[in-house]
Design a protein around this ligand. Structure first.
Ligand code: URA
Length: 440
């Protein structure tokens, strides 16, 4: 087999077979295919797309390039969730303990934040003492004991994806729907869960800016998951506005705890209700309506919050901050971002809100930069709210006062005000299964 022939075949719009795809992934990881040939292939995929068979073959080849996690040491049905990333997205901290409290198992590997989006691992590490690096045995023990564990990505998971992603990043081939689907699903398949719920974010703070692209990506990923033998569903959720009110690591844990107590903001609560009930549905716990009732019950009776505290303790963390969130370390400085004019907020550029929070120290510029767990933003006014000139839109928190000016400028530039109220947007746009796309 020659890479040259495979590039030409894809360039001409023909489909590659399973062996050809396996060959190019394996040989690329082994260093026998140079970056310039793989770049040409990726660009051909960018323009020609891939068939369902090709995306499945490539996902399996990328997944099998490293460790395939075996979760059989954990009893029960293991259900995973993946979010394509957003601002204020603390849903894992809420739905993982909810799902565990309802009897399914969550053995989840999460990522760190980068750029304008946050990461669950950083949020968890804002809890004093909590470890997100566990041995395999510790990870299994925590899940078997508490029903839930969330750790950082460990081991050699889909190394082909790391190499391909780095190449896509510098060859303008990141925003190819089949390549994104392969990249995400290879890691999900390698992580070894029985079923997968995908939260595909759409809007100004999301990777996919339009509903059409989000549905196309969701369909590709659901088809890969199902063809690989995993029950897979995707929800398309709104990321045209930050989720909830808090952005920043410990601030988001605090909001997650409030939501688990039943006192969370309405948007976050509704999205979590959808996500958690779909995870339970995938795990075979009942119809969607039955699963929704179970979710409501474990919030009302406190069981979901108990599961979060139990996971925190089992991972070495101090659960005192869960029971009393006032105990979280506080940022030494705060700053009110005030409206320059009166009017309704009609739009919030969500990516810019995330960048403003990162500028305060809550996010990192590069993979190696440090993070300030207490930094971030509490939003007081969101799309649909009327604001008087001089009224506070948000409070910013940081450990250095000089960070406020630029971050506040960025935040203000993200907020559009008009004299007429904007129409309310949906929180969940669609549910994608292997059979259908159901629009809400
Ligand atoms: N997230 C991933 O893991 N891969 C992509 O290609 C895009 C987003």
């Amino acid at each position: 087999m020659r890479m040259y022939d495979l590039i030409m075949k894809k360039r001409n719009g023909e489909a590659l077979n399973h062996q050809e795809i396996q060959y190019l992934v394996e040989e690329y990881v082994a260093g026998n295919i140079p970056d310039y040939q793989m770049s040409a292939f990726l660009m051909a995929v960018y323009f020609q797309g891939m068939t369902e068979e090709e995306t499945l073959a490539m996902t399996l080849a990328v997944a099998h390039s490293g460790d395939m996690v075996d979760l059989s040491g954990i009893e029960g049905t293991k259900v995973d969730k993946h979010s394509t990333g957003g601002v204020g997205d603390k849903t894992t901290l809420i739905i993982a303990p909810i799902v565990a409290a309802c009897g399914a198992k969550v053995a989840k590997m999460s990522g760190r934040g980068l750029g304008h989006t946050g990461g669950t691992v950083d949020k968890l590490e804002s809890i004093p003492g909590l470890r997100t690096t566990l041995t395999r045995e510790e990870f299994f023990e925590v899940v078997n004991k508490t029903g839930v564990s969330v750790i950082g990505q460990s081991g050699n998971l889909a190394p082909a994806d790391k190499k391909l992603y780095a190449l896509r990043d510098v060859t303008a081939t990141v925003d190819s729907i089949p390549l994104i689907a392969v990249s995400i699903m290879s890691k999900k398949l390698a992580a070894g869960n029985d079923c997968i719920l995908l939260d595909v974010k759409t809007g100004s703070g999301a990777f996919m800016k339009t509903l059409e692209d989000s549905v196309a990506l969701a369909k590709e990923m659901v088809s890969i998951g199902e063809n690989a033998g995993k029950r897979t569903v995707a929800l398309i959720t709104n990321m045209d506005i930050p989720l909830g009110h808090n952005i920043g690591n410990s601030l988001e844990v605090i909001e997650a705890v409030e939501t688990l107590k039943g006192n969370g903001p309405q948007d976050l609560t509704v999205v979590c209700m959808h996500l958690a009930s779909n995870m339970l549905y995938l795990a075979g716990k009942g119809t969607l309506d039955e699963c929704k009732s179970m979710v409501k019950e474990v919030i009302a009776n406190g069981k979901a919050l108990e599961h979060l505290a139990a996971m925190v303790r089992a991972q070495g963390g101090d659960d005192a901050v869960i029971w009393d969130t006032q105990k979280f370390a506080k940022a030494p400085y705060s700053y009110e971002v005030c409206a320059k004019e009166s009017g309704y907020i009609t739009f919030m550029d969500t990516e810019s809100c995330g960048i403003a929070s990162a500028m305060l120290g809550a996010g990192r510029e590069t993979k190696d930069s440090g993070i300030d767990f207490a930094a971030g933003i509490i939003i007081h006014k969101k799309v649909g709210d009327y604001v008087e000139k001089g009224e506070s839109l948000a409070t910013m928190y940081a450990s250095r006062e000089e960070l406020f000016e630029a971050a506040a400028k960025r935040y203000l530039s993200a907020v559009t005000q008009k004299s007429i109220r904007a129409e309310e947007e949906k929180l969940v746009y669609a549910r994608v299964t292997k059979e259908q796309v159901e629009y809400f």
